[in-house]
Design a protein around this ligand. Structure first.
Ligand code: SF4
Length: 229
C-alpha cells in the first residue's frame, strides 16, 4: 500500500494525476471470458455509476485507497502472473485507468478490461482485450448501454450478456442478430448466478445453435464468490 501523501501542494497535484482509487489487488484464476483458468492478477478499481440488480461486487462501490500507478504496477509484478485483469466497479469511471492499461501492456502482460458497456471504450489501448457488457432488461440498467461501443469492437474484444430470465435470453438473441455481434468478436452468455438454471441457458443456446459461448463463472464454482478470490 502506498504511503500517505506528504508532498507540497503543487507536487501533490502532479502526483494525483497518476493515482487511482482501488478496492483490491489480488491473484486468482480468471473465472470467465477467453482467458478463463489462467492465473491472473486482478486490479479492482473503486466506484461504479450503475446499480445492476445482480451485482456481486457492491463492496467496490465505495471506500478504496488511492494508489500511485507506479505502486500498482509494482504490486502487479510482485504476483508474477502473465495475465492482468482490470475490473471494478466500473474501471472506466476513473479516466486515469487509460494510462494504467497502457503501462501494463508496455510491460508485456496479457491485459483484459471488464467494463459495464455504459462508458466509451474508444481510448482504451487496442492491445487490451475489452470485455464489454451489454446490459439486459433483467439487469435493471439496460438504459445505460452505450450502443456506439459496438462499432469499436474488434476480434480481440468480447461482449458479455448476463442472462436473468428467458425474456433476457430472447432480448440478447435479437441483439446478437441485429448487430451481427458474432462476426465482430466473441459473444459470451452467462447465467445470472441465482436467477436461472445454468442448464436451461445451455439448452436454449444449443437448441438455437446460437453463435455464442456459454460460460459459468469459475470463481463462483470454486470459491462461492468470496471477495479477493
Ligand atoms: S456494472 Fe458491474 S460493478 Fe457496476 S453495478 Fe453493474 S455488475 Fe456491479
Amino acid at each position: 500500500m502506498p504511503p500517505m501523501n506528504t508532498l507540497a501542494p503543487a507536487e501533490a497535484t502532479a502526483a494525483a494525476a497518476d493515482r487511482l482509487k482501488l478496492t483490491e489487488i489480488f491473484l486468482s484464476l480468471q473465472g470467465e471470458a477467453r482467458a478463463i483458468g489462467w492465473p491472473t492478477v486482478f486490479v479492482r478499481l473503486t466506484g461504479c455509476p450503475l446499480r445492476c440488480q445482480y451485482c456481486d461486487t457492491a463492496y467496490a462501490f465505495h471506500g478504496g485507497q488511492w494508489w500511485d500507478i507506479d505502486a500498482i504496477c509494482a504490486e502487479v509484478a510482485r504476483h508474477g502472473a502473465r495475465h492482468v485483469c482490470v475490473t471494478g466497479g466500473e474501471p472506466l469511471a476513473q479516466k486515469r485507468v487509460i494510462g494504467l492499461l497502457r503501462r501494463l501492456c508496455d510491460a508485456g502482460y496479457e491485459v483484459s478490461l471488464e467494463t459495464s458497456g455504459a462508458l466509451d471504450i474508444a481510448e482504451v489501448d487496442t492491445r487490451v482485450s475489452r470485455i464489454v457488457d451489454l446490459k439486459t432488461p433483467g439487469s435493471a440498467e439496460q438504459h445505460r448501454n452505450l450502443w456506439s461501443n459496438i462499432a469499436q469492437l474488434t476480434p480481440h474484444d468480447q461482449v458479455k450478456f448476463v442472462i436473468c430470465s428467458r425474456e433476457d435470453y430472447e432480448w440478447a438473441r435479437s441483439v446478437v442478430a441485429e448487430h451481427q455481434l458474432a462476426d465482430r468478436c466473441d459473444v459470451l452468455f452467462s447465467p445470472s448466478f441465482t436467477q436461472i438454471a445454468p442448464r436451461d441457458l445451455a439448452d436454449w443456446i444449443v437448441a438455437d445453435r446460437l453463435p455464442v459461448r456459454f460460460q459459468l463463472q469459475l470463481h463462483k464454482v470454486l470459491w462461492n464468490d468470496e471477495p479477493g478470490r
